[in-house]
Design a protein around this ligand. Structure first.
Ligand code: FES
Length: 87
């Protein structure tokens, strides 16, 4: 499990194994637009202000993933304990 923090509200939510970031946020009223929910369309791209994403998408280039400043919350997770999201 890891945490995601919403920059605008300061609220932090736990993302357990088996749940996606997008679904946990939706449960808490933080809506991220999604479409494919498989990491291929890019609809859900969200800026990452701090922390290191575990990229599981098939959308970004390797260079884009290496910058760690955006991720796809429909499938991607975190390598750090907390991701701060620009939401
Ligand atoms: Fe398509 Fe996340 S909804 S990449």
């Amino acid at each position: 499990a890891f945490n995601v923090k919403i920059a605008s509200s300061g609220k932090t939510y736990c993302v357990p194994a088996g749940r996606t970031v997008a679904s946990v946020l939706a449960d808490n009223g933080v809506t991220v637009p999604t479409s494919c929910e498989e990491g291929v369309c890019g609809t859900c791209i969200t800026r990452v202000l701090d922390g290191v994403p575990a990229h599981r998408d098939a959308y970004f280039t390797d260079d884009e993933r290496a910058r760690n400043d955006q991720f796809t919350p429909c499938v991607s997770r975190a390598l750090s304990n907390c991701l701060v999201l620009d939401l």
